[in-house]
Write a protein that binds this ligand. Structure first.
Ligand code: 9UX
Length: 72
């Protein structure tokens, strides 16, 4: 079955950041859905826990230059 996690995101200041982070998360192996909320500074991700994990999702966001933390 699928798991859900909410990540706190920092350094996200415009809609292009939001789109970039959302597309990065959505492209990850095992990610079924990713929604980034610019105003709330978070990301909600639905994922297959056999294929990825919250620490891997955090790392993917950090690798493109934003702060991320889990769980929120
Ligand atoms: Mo917008 Mo985000 O001009 O790193 S893309 S601030």
């Amino acid at each position: 079955s699928l798991d859900h996690v909410t990540l706190a995101i920092s350094g996200m200041t415009c809609a292009a950041c939001q789109s970039f982070i959302q597309r990065t998360l959505a492209a990850g192996a095992g990610v079924k859905d990713a929604t980034v909320n610019l105003m709330l500074h978070n990301a909600t991700v639905t994922f297959d826990p056999r294929m990825t994990s919250p620490p891997e999702l955090v790392q993917a966001v950090q690798e493109i230059g934003y702060g991320a933390a889990t769980p929120l």
